[in-house]
Design a protein around this ligand. Structure first.
Ligand SMILES: Cc1cc2nc3c(=O)[nH]c(=O)nc-3n(C[C@H](O)[C@H](O)[C@H](O)COP(=O)(O)O)c2cc1C
Length: 251
């Protein structure tokens, strides 16, 4: 069914959409309960409707449900972190979903077909446009899952050995990037609450900067510009990925 501008089903109110967007949260611990194939197809049917640069629709999806394969994919995705921890010790690697991917009954591997970059104007950086398009798709996927009461997270990959390992495991052709893995399942609320590493995310993840602080009418309102110090403070107190640890209190 094609839709015309402004032709939205009556049920989708502004309040309903806002509640869906505001209520979705990243979930990083999952119960083993299976998710039906129908639910996954409904989720991906929404994901494919996302807007993309030039309507290039770079996305394809590999849906992994086999437990042994999920473990292998999860192990490959998490391998990024052993190197990462050494390189960036102040980053809160423990917040990441990657080591817990195999808990989820379904992994959706989001592929990007690099060949569609030929559709983009040559003066722009095509891989950026493709990746922005893929991000839209992942957001649509997450919102669709949330609307069905299913939990998701966003697992970033982007290059390196995890990507090539997953490519081999799932026989993904070279033309595709493997940017994101989205676990889908039912939230394990007990484990989410118990995992100490997730505490900062629990506290901060739902916060967003207030509307008035980020909207500038007609021109940039100089009085709203944050100082470098304020941004640094924001990073340490509001993001989930930079947290002060007991061993780096001095910062
Ligand atoms: C582009 C992008 C990449 C992300 N990468 C990861 C990731 O690799 N691992 C992870 O656990 N969460 C990842 N996230 C999830 C964010 O940390 C999360 O969305 C944010 O903290 C807000 O929390 P919320 O999703 O519960 O609202 C990513 C989100 C986005 C939009």
């Amino acid at each position: 069914m094609s839709t015309q501008p402004g032709d939205h089903p009556q049920i989708l109110t502004y309040e309903g959409l806002r509640a869906l967007v505001a209520g979705r949260r990243s979930v990083r611990r999952f119960r083993p309960d299976p998710v039906s194939r129908e639910s996954i197809e409904r989720i991906l049917d929404v994901a494919r409707l996302a807007p993309s640069a030039g309507n290039s629709q770079p996305w394809e999806f590999v849906v992994v449900t086999d437990a042994a394969m999920r473990s292998r994919v999860a192990r490959a995705a998490a391998s990024l972190f052993s190197a990462g921890r050494k390189r960036d010790p102040e980053f809160n690697w423990s917040i990441s979903v990657q080591p817990f991917l195999s808990q989820a009954p379904v992994l959706i591997v989001v592929l990007g077909d690099r060949r569609v970059m030929a559709a983009y104007p040559s003066i722009l950086r095509g891989n950026i446009l493709m990746r922005q398009s893929l991000s839209n798709c992942v957001l649509a996927l997450q919102l669709a899952a949330a609307s069905l009461g299913l939990a998701t997270a966003w697992g970033t990959l982007q290059g390196g050995s995890p990507e090539s390992e997953i490519r081999d495991l799932l026989r993904i052709p070279d033309a595709f990037t493997i940017d994101h893995i989205v676990p889908v399942g039912y939230a394990d609320e007990v484990e989410c609450a118990r995992a100490a590493a997730l505490a900062p995310a629990r506290e901060r993840a739902s916060r967003r900067r207030p509307l008035d602080a980020i909207v500038h009418w007609e021109r940039y309102a100089a009085e709203k510009e944050r100082s470098d110090g304020a941004v640094e403070q924001f990073i340490w107190s509001e993001t989930v990925t930079r947290v002060r640890r007991a061993d780096s209190q001095g910062r």
